[in-house]
Design a protein around this ligand. Sequence first.
Ligand code: NAP
Length: 207
Amino acid sequence: MDVLVAGAHGQVGQHITELLSQSDHSVRGMVRDDGQVADIEALGAEAVVADLTQDVGHAVQGCDAIIFAAGSGGEDVWGVDRDGAINLIEAAEDQGLQRFVMLSSMNADSPEDSPEALREYLTAKAEADERLRESDVTYTIVRPGPLTNGSGTGRIEAGDELGRDGEIPRADVAQTLVTALPVERTHGRTFEILAGDTPIQVALEEL
Ligand SMILES: NC(=O)c1ccc[n+]([C@@H]2O[C@H](COP(=O)([O-])OP(=O)(O)OC[C@H]3O[C@@H](n4cnc5c(N)ncnc54)[C@H](OP(=O)(O)O)[C@@H]3O)[C@@H](O)[C@H]2O)c1
């Protein structure tokens, strides 16, 4: 598949871009800053400059799938985490893309369970996720707990509601998003992930 990575220069996004460039997929890394193009190319990807808050049609053109790993970092949750994501979902619909894999967050549907400072962000993520579910693109919504920079283990726990706290390395989140692309069991599904004991491919096939 030709895969567009939104947020390709982010911490998770760089893992995703590198994994895809080493796979059978083609990868196009989307950045909003010209100065990041060389870094994306160094990861083995084609780069495209586009901002989620503006027209993104040229970034999506010719792609089969999108992995969304962009985020506002709390700066503009409504403009980026909600409306920027929806902008890209609508571009995917307009151009008839097959697949959209969304990096969401645990507690998106229950912001009241998180500290006040995170609630607007989580609500914005939930509204973007809802728009994706209503779209005609085959979606997968992945909701990790807090991210760490620890080494990837290749193992996770995945489920509709894990019912526990925990963390997960960014490298394993990236591997999960990439692995999910062709796994039919993940189509039309929203699920949580944390660090765990099950190999990622197996965890997704057993969802
Ligand atoms: N942190 C956690 O514990 C946690 C837990 C669960 C889920 N998540 C989700 O995981 C996401 C990825 O995490 P991360 O650590 O990789 O974040 P990150 O390093 O901050 O990466 C976010 C990327 O999004 C890009 N971006 C922001 N606004 C954009 C725009 N308008 N158009 C295009 N790109 C834009 C940023 O580009 P610039 O370099 O130009 O700013 C950056 O490359 C988070 O955003 C969050 O939604 C995080």
